[in-house]
Write a protein that binds this ligand. Sequence first.
Ligand SMILES: NC(=O)c1ccc[n+]([C@@H]2O[C@H](COP(=O)([O-])OP(=O)(O)OC[C@H]3O[C@@H](n4cnc5c(N)ncnc54)[C@H](OP(=O)(O)O)[C@@H]3O)[C@@H](O)[C@H]2O)c1
Length: 325
Amino acid sequence: MKAAFNRKYGQPKKVIEYGEFPKPSPNKSQILIRVHSSSVNRTDCGFILAKPWIVRFFSGLLRPKWPILGCEFAGEVVELGEGVSRFSVGDRVFGFDDEGFGGHGEYMVIDETKMITKIPDNVSYETAGVATEGSHYSLVDIKQAGIKKGDRVFVNGGTGAIGSAAIQILVAMGVEVWATAGTKNLKLVESLGATKVIDYMKEDFTELDEKFDVVFDSVGKSGYHKSKKILKDGGIFMSSELGPRFSNIYLTLWTKLFGRVGKHRVIFPIPKSSIEDIEYIAKLLKSGEFKPLIDRKYKLPQTTEAYEYVLKGEKIGNVVIDHNI
Ligand SMILES: NC(=O)c1ccc[n+]([C@@H]2O[C@H](COP(=O)([O-])OP(=O)(O)OC[C@H]3O[C@@H](n4cnc5c(N)ncnc54)[C@H](OP(=O)(O)O)[C@@H]3O)[C@@H](O)[C@H]2O)c1
């Protein structure tokens, strides 16, 4: 089969090859998927560069354990392991797998117990193929923070895959969301349901005369010490990044040990994939409450270019890899 793969870590241009790769075959509990659409996202970027270094403990110390990256995907089930009961041949499915990957191949296998489910009839492969990475991290954080209807949440970075998914999930829950975006994307982020969008290029959101239950730094550009000014007493700060001098890690440990940091809590949830979460995402896709933002589209042979673009940190939402070449 054709695939984009990397047998060593490094810059995409130096390490990605596109060509023939052995087609996988499903074991007892796996399904074989013909992939129609996948994405290049920041998780894939972390794994191709092996950065931060700690990634190597998961991805392989010296070389990649999973040469075909692509943690999110959408496609059609074409073969089943003999023990599979959740799926049938012909099912349209989508999912997320950061412990196996494989989305950048023509075919991939995945265990039926992983984060995968059927695509709602009214949703395309292209949309489903970019619907899980950002929403997965958002949901993990939203659940761990215990955010509920009526809360006020500030999302820093409303245009990222994580931020744009977080806004839509929170709005669907009945949460009031404020967010940041660059000048040209203010209207776009407003259209996701944000009550107010702050232009981060002109205004510092941490100086707002407002208080929130949670500040979610979904783009990892701020930190607790700055953001605490807009947190209510008892409020929570969380981020998708380690923070200045790993502050999000030690402040999380401090919170665990002493219950709080000053008047607040800092959390850094460890992402855990679940079928329950992807079924919730499928429900939001079906109802139209979650529409993943799509920026650029590349064909599978252009996967290297897609990585180079995503690594610039400028993508708006998600970058599609179209497998119909
Ligand atoms: N913890 C984890 O397991 C995990 C997993 C995946 C990703 N991440 C991290 O999460 C972060 C977000 O990833 P992502 O894929 O959602 O998005 P991304 O690709 O990193 O975000 C790009 C967007 O960020 C916006 N942006 C840049 N600087 C900003 C600032 N100072 N304030 C507000 N927005 C700004 C840009 O918007 P404009 O064009 O409007 O400027 C651009 O659209 C990354 O740092 C990534 O490494 C963590």
